[in-house]
Design a protein around this ligand. Structure first.
Ligand code: NAD
Length: 400
């Protein structure tokens, strides 16, 4: 059901869902929908450990907000190979197709069975396959650094303001990574030429721009669009289309920034950014640069959004980090990235902004109370106490 912008502001934030469909993004009323079907794919390494804590937190959210969360676990990654001979077993994929969204841990263990070919290994056969299967074109990477964790940030405290809160919105299915032709050819004896092609169409730019502006409406209402319009034809088109889309969001400020300056400004004055809108390759690079500001991969969630069907945005939610084999099975991993992925799911797939806020506030409280897993522990902080994965999960769940 489409609603007008004046109706939109009347709706309670918890009753609207962020939904992307084709070239447009609309807010959809989901107030009657109280049951959510979520596939839980913990995967390998620290995946099952951090997922256990995320599920604890989801159960606390379910209780507090009177929701029904149908959580169905299924094997993926090496766990999928062990259980059913494939990194993405057919039954797991079928479950995903029936679900409202996917909560993913991480997959891949570099030292396991080198005889298995690359295309059958979990990173490609599970992760890339899911991204393709569900047309996940929008990648959202929030980077938050609470003030009490200023020590974890490589920037001097005076550059961090009252803490950092940036959302990188990256286009995920177009641009240089997928454009054709893409090949390496011999042009003369002993001389090879590699070709990658950067291609974007107007609809591709429009749909990701809508995602960024909608996300900004739920935040501080500013979009910084990143391009290279001074050199690239793609950049010129990107800027034109983003400018046109911005007219539909008069409540959101838009600014345009060249990517080289964007990389520099992230280091000089990161507090100026709310939402950074990037094409695929620029987003890949800048989201990692922004992530470094938060101090640990263990703090960073991500969302990948696909199209909308039946009034709901299909989403894939996962921590930014991998399976961390060096600390797996030791109760050392930080579960916060996985827990914050649940907050993104509440906000972007289900429109449950109160539940999302509650999870984020609970994480903030657990941190403010001094709970620190090893990756974010600072021995110089007298308020900090070192905790394990499960204690951190308990602290967040208790704060919901
Ligand atoms: P990694 O992200 O697993 O680990 C890098 C470093 O960050 C390690 O020191 C690790 O201990 C630390 N780290 C990561 N998450 C943490 C957490 N939650 N708490 C505390 N510390 C954490 O990257 P890697 O070692 O290069 O890759 C290991 C495996 O994970 C590889 O097989 C890789 O392909 C896979 N991987 C999977 C995904 C995914 O499933 N989306 C993403 C990245 C890497």
């Amino acid at each position: 059901m489409r609603i007008t912008s004046s109706e939109r502001v009347e709706k309670r934030r918890t009753e609207i869902s962020f939904a992307a469909s084709g070239n447009s993004v609309t807010f959809i009323c989901l107030s009657k929908m109280k049951t959510y079907n979520i596939v839980v794919l913990a995967g390998d390494g620290i995946g099952p450990e951090v997922m256990r804590e995320a599920v604890k937190v989801l159960r606390a959210v379910e209780k507090k907000f009177s929701l029904t969360l149908n959580l169905t676990e299924a094997p993926v990654g090496w766990a999928g190979i062990d259980a059913a001979g494939k990194a993405l077993p057919d039954d797991t994929l079928a479950l995903c197709k029936k679900s409202d969204s996917i909560l993913f841990g991480s997959v891949g263990l570099p030292d396991r069975d080198p005889t298995i070919p690359k295309e059958e290994r979990p990173e490609r056969a599970a992760l890339l396959r899911i991204r393709k299967e569900f047309g996940l074109f929008a990648n959202l990477r929030p980077v938050q650094l609470p003030k009490v964790m200023a020590y974890a940030c490589p920037l001097r405290p005076e550059r961090q303001g009252d803490g950092l809160d940036i959302l990188v919105v990256r286009e995920l299915t177009g641009g240089m990574y997928f454009g054709q032709p893409k090949k390496t050819e011999e042009v003369s004896p002993g001389v090879q030429r590699a070709i990658d092609t950067m291609v974007y169409t107007t609809p591709e730019i429009e749909r990701i721009a809508h995602v960024a502006f909608k996300a900004a409406q739920l935040r501080r209402k500013k979009v910084t669009s990143i391009d290279k319009a001074n050199v690239l034809e793609n950049g010129v088109l990107w800027r034109e289309v983003v400018t046109a889309v911005s007219k539909e969001y008069p409540d959101v400020t838009v600014e345009h920034m060249f990517v080289d300056n964007g990389a520099m400004q992230l280091m000089l004055k990161p507090t100026q950014f709310d939402v950074m809108l990037c094409e695929n390759m620029f987003g890949d690079i800048l989201s990692d640069e922004a992530a470094a500001l938060a101090g640990s991969l263990g703090m960073l969630p991500s969302a990948s959004l696909g199209a909308t069907t039946g009034g709901q945005t299909f989403g894939f939610y996962e921590p930014a980090g991998g399976t961390a084999p060096d600390i797996a099975g030791k109760n050392l991993a930080n579960p916060i990235a996985q827990i914050l992925s649940c907050a993104l799911m509440m906000r972007y797939s289900f429109g449950l902004n109160d539940a999302a806020d509650a999870i984020e506030k609970a994480v903030g409280k657990a941190i403010a109370d001094g709970n620190r897993t090893g990756d974010i522990y600072n021995p110089a902080d007298s308020n900090a106490k070192k905790v394990g994965t499960s204690e951190m999960g308990d602290a967040v769940a208790a704060a919901i």
